[in-house]
Design a protein around this ligand. Structure first.
Ligand SMILES: [Zn+2]
Length: 259
């Protein structure tokens, strides 16, 4: 590549990377070989096959990265509730857990924490575990630049601690379970273990309560981590399934809180 063309390409790349190149999709009438004007800076180069356009989402790995917590480490199973806190469902789930005398882990979303800090306080007060589930449930968060991941997780942690002073948040759970090695590493740097699951009855897709119950009972093994939802939509079926699910898990395995 000729030096001037290379320079123009690099200038364009710098503009793109610095977020100033949003106009580069517009047709650029100036040929790249035109002599630079003395008065004006070079226009950004049109996309070149040799230039990297902008930071892309990194690809998801073909298999889950190392370092995920997927079991309780013992025989008892653990319940996890994601996407809350939600004023319609979280109090009811907490009531059920209290009646059944079991503790669970709540993977909370930062924007929901900001809206309903009193529910986070209740979760903590009643002895349940807290887990960071990102600021706004960004399914692609783990694929973004590391600095963005760190900012998101830190902001969510801060919001949880605004609700519950000195709250312990020992876990992070990536929305959609769409993990990358990078998000696992950032979570670790921030003092959180990355919490996946063993049993997913897909209650978010709103099957019937009987189906949720059947799926959990069939899939549960000693040490399973069960994924359920107390937020993100109508959780009536999850709520209806919970008493039987919890009773069966207590009977078959015992239920423990993640440490
Ligand atoms: Zn979620």
């Amino acid at each position: 590549m000729r030096p001037r063309l290379l320079l123009v390409c690099l200038t364009g790349l710098t503009l793109l990377l610095s977020g100033c190149g949003t106009g580069s999709a517009e047709p650029n009438p100036t040929p790249v070989d035109a002599p630079p004007s003395a008065a004006l800076p070079d226009p950004p180069a049109p996309p070149s096959p040799t230039a990297t356009p902008k930071p892309k989402l990194r690809p998801l790995p073909a298999k889950l990265p190392a370092g995920l917590v997927r079991t309780t480490g013992g025989k008892k199973v653990a319940l996890t509730f994601d996407d809350g806190p939600d004023p319609a469902w979280t109090p009811k789930v907490l009531d059920l857990l209290k009646a059944a005398k079991v503790k669970a882990t709540f993977c909370v979303v930062g924007t929901q924490v900001r809206k309903h800090p009193e529910l986070v306080r209740r979760i903590a007060r009643e002895g349940h575990q807290l887990c960071n589930h990102s600021w706004n449930h960004d399914l692609n968060l783990a694929r973004r630049p590391v600095a963005e991941i760190r900012a998101d997780l830190t902001r969510t942690d801060r919001e949880i601690r605004r609700a519950v002073k000195d709250a312990k948040v020992p876990y992070y759970r990536q929305p959609g379970g769409r993990w990358t090695a990078e998000v696992v590493k950032v979570a670790k740097q921030l003092g959180m273990r990355s919490l996946h699951w063993t049993v997913d009855p897909q209650d978010w897709a709103r099957p019937t309560a009987a189906t949720i119950q059947k799926r959990v009972q069939r899939a549960a093994r000693p040490g399973s981590v069960v994924l359920l939802h107390d937020g993100g939509g109508n959780r009536a079926a999850t709520l209806a399934a919970c008493p039987k699910v919890i009773a069966a898990l207590k009977r078959d395995h015992g239920v423990t809180r993640l440490r």
